[in-house]
Design a protein around this ligand. Structure first.
Ligand SMILES: [Fe+2]
Length: 232
């Protein structure tokens, strides 16, 4: 039922897979990006379109800025990629019963550029499973939620697996769309600090989109990432 035949897990360099440099030198990077609908990657401005989910009405009075923060840059956008599916279920636990993945909690907040939390923002996430497959049929490892009163969100999942698509290495990542009632839509991807080797081979990798990873004594590791959204 899963749609993933076109992608595979990332082999090691010893498997003869081209490195980032090899891909660039061979001119295949542009070809792969074009085939993914990612042409003009370096210069294209992502077009913000509203998510289809009904956002709760924003509070009448904006929340106070986070202490010690004045202004902050908006989170960098990144490509949507070919595996986005609209109308995902409301879900905060992506784990399939009996999964073989390494469990992970992803949490953070959604803020505006003046460091104010955005309650009721929608966070829509999608990722590969432990076999590096996207499920575009049964909404496995994808879902949306709304941020709490302090702009917080949390999802329990497994670490995504990286993959190879059209000769292009993708380091493990989680795709994200986020939007508040008064903000532009952000489409981006977040990465994990332990995947440095594949980061170096991923043409889309952005070091500003790496989550902080904290180990816990008894539970799964916690990846932390705050999303900062531009005003509408
Ligand atoms: Fe992806």
């Amino acid at each position: 039922m899963k749609e993933g035949a076109k992608i595979s897990t990332i082999p090691t360099r010893d498997d003869g897979i081209p490195t980032r440099r090899d891909v660039l030198m061979a001119g295949l990077g542009g070809l792969g990006l074009a085939a993914l609908g990612l042409g003009g990657l370096a210069s294209k401005q992502l077009v913000a379109q509203p998510l289809v989910y009904d956002l709760p009405a924003p509070p009448a009075v904006a929340l106070a800025p986070t202490p010690a923060c004045v202004d902050q840059p908006a989170t960098d956008p990144s490509e949507e990629g070919p595996f986005y599916a609209p109308n995902t279920p409301l879900k905060t636990d992506f784990r399939r019963p009996g999964h073989r993945g390494r469990e992970l909690v992803l949490r953070g907040r959604v803020l505006d550029v003046r460091c104010r939390p955005i309650p009721g923002a929608v966070i829509d996430l999608w990722q590969t499973d432990e076999d590096a497959l996207y499920d575009n049929v049964d909404y496995g490892y994808r879902g949306h939620q709304f941020t709490g009163p302090g702009g917080e969100f949390e999802v329990t999942t497994v670490f995504p697996k990286g993959y190879l698509i059209l000769g292009m290495v993708r380091s493990p990542h989680i795709h994200v769309k986020a939007q508040g009632a008064r903000t532009r839509l952000l489409t981006t991807q977040i990465y994990f600090p332990e995947d440095a080797e594949s980061h170096a081979r991923d043409l889309l990798f952005n070091p500003r989109l790496v989550a902080e990873l904290r180990q816990t004594a008894s539970g799964p590791p916690v990846a932390i990432f705050d999303f900062v959204l531009e005003d509408a």
